[in-house]
Ligand binder design. Sequence first.
Ligand SMILES: Nc1ncnc2c1ncn2[C@@H]1O[C@H](COP(=O)(O)OP(=O)(O)OP(=O)(O)O)[C@@H](O)[C@H]1O
Length: 572
Amino acid sequence: MAATVPRHAAPSARDGDGILRAALRHSAGRTLALAAVTTASTGAALLLPAVLGHTLDLLLARRGDTGRWLLLSCALICVPAVLDALDELLTATTTARTTAWLRHRALGDILAAGPRATARIRAGDLVTRLVGNTAHAATAPATLAGTAAAVAGPLGGIVALGVIDPWLAAAFLAGAPLLALLLRAFARASTDALTAYQRLQGDIAGRLLEALRGARTIAAAGTAGRERERILRPLPDLSRHGHRVWHVQGRSTAQAATLVPLLQITVLAVAGLQLSRGRLSVGDLLAASRYAALATGVGMLVGHLNALVHSRTAARRLAEVRALPPVRHGTRRLPADGFGTLRLRGVRAERGGRAVLRGVDLDLPGGTTLAVVGRSGSGKSVLAELAGRLADPDDGEITLDGVPLRDLTREQLRRAVGYAFARPAPLGGTVGGTIAFGSFTPSPAAVRAAARAACADDFLRKLPAGYATACADAPLSGGESQRLGLARAFAHAGRLLILDDATSSLDSVTERRVAEALLADVAAPTRLIVAHRPATAARADRVAWLEEGRVRAVGPHAALWRERAYREVFGE
Ligand SMILES: Nc1ncnc2c1ncn2[C@@H]1O[C@H](COP(=O)(O)OP(=O)(O)OP(=O)(O)O)[C@@H](O)[C@H]1O
């Protein structure tokens, strides 16, 4: 039965908002506490002008009960200072925890997507999203908690102006639409510029990581200058968008800075007029001047809005990570009496938008060894990737002992399939740990036996701390590193062992010894070996010969060797 991989639509701004909502839910307790603190601080700030004004009026009238009001004024000045300290603490801890949570989740998404994650988003770009974009998105809860107070302050100021004298509120509100327009234009322009800026940052990071991976090639080719140019090619665009962000921010801040004092002066002028008419007291004038300052705090919203725009654009980039299709596992188990029979039917795989495997049918009976050969780029590694379910075919089906690979539980799949690659990654902390690294931890004796089979035991024992030597202290040659990878695969051999070009750096003698040990000592009944050497193909029971993504022939090496085109695959 053919199975087609579902396509995923590009995430929208709403998906980014979904990330922010999830972050808010995650930090709900702290965000609410922060909102309470900032609101209390704003409440104190709103009370202070009224209390100060009343106290001034009492002092001017030389009334006896001023002491209580003076004390209240002092308290209203001191309490916000304490609340501000609490605000700083809560803001920092909320943001740090949310960052950690977002990073954890994004890392989970990347790992769940498997090796094909980097086929959709470049590795460097993923790092930028994991490090930078998570930190920006994580500021949203604290910013939102602060924004509520930032809105409450100016609103309360306007209401208080209206309570003192409706003309004062009217004078302020006359200029408010201009401020609203300013904020809207800012949010739009800033979002566009920031989206482009963050995309280009990811692009540069992707190029940088590629260059770091290929540092030796670049040094050998003497192309460091050209490479620097390639990495920095998006820099002028980055700079242009960065300047655009500054320009938008600067312009909006300048406009707010002009508008805000004008509004304050207008309110004060009206208050002065009302004082001269005897409709306001001196205390009212003092209160009105402070409320006008609070009301114009609406200009501060530019800063909050800026932070929110940053968070939203960053969250949108995290939504793209979240949308990476995860590798899903089924619930089925392998039959206990299975012997590792692998079957591929109508398998098709696409890479970079083109089919690199087409109509592949292959049978690998349990207990046999199949060598996969073909010219470079014929699809051998992609086939090996699919056979061990490091990726799913875009069409067709692959079964192990009659069970489709996608239906197997993760645990069953990873226990059943062992893997070795051309460039294994030392992920176990120590060299011994690297061999033990896998879905289960083999015993030290099994680790040593696997190392012996992979001809790695000798050089591992000579390391400063033997098998306990840290990987960082054990610089390995290409061949030694491959032998470590082979040992890891041997120690985890299940029903099916896949070696993808895993012996290419071994000398012929070591390769022969490893091949003999593989047949004699490694308890994996079925083996799929991507081979470049005729000797490796000759040792297999059968050979699958790939040509441009199709199976050209399957048969014993000796029979295929009669064909000139087959011999040419090996450069004969
Ligand atoms: N992630 C990818 N994006 C785009 N194209 C890819 C990707 N992975 C593989 N390909 C292409 O798929 C084709 C088959 O690649 P594959 O690695 O399977 O070849 P191969 O037969 O193993 O070659 P070699 O012997 O050189 O290792 C190649 O043309 C390769 O360029």
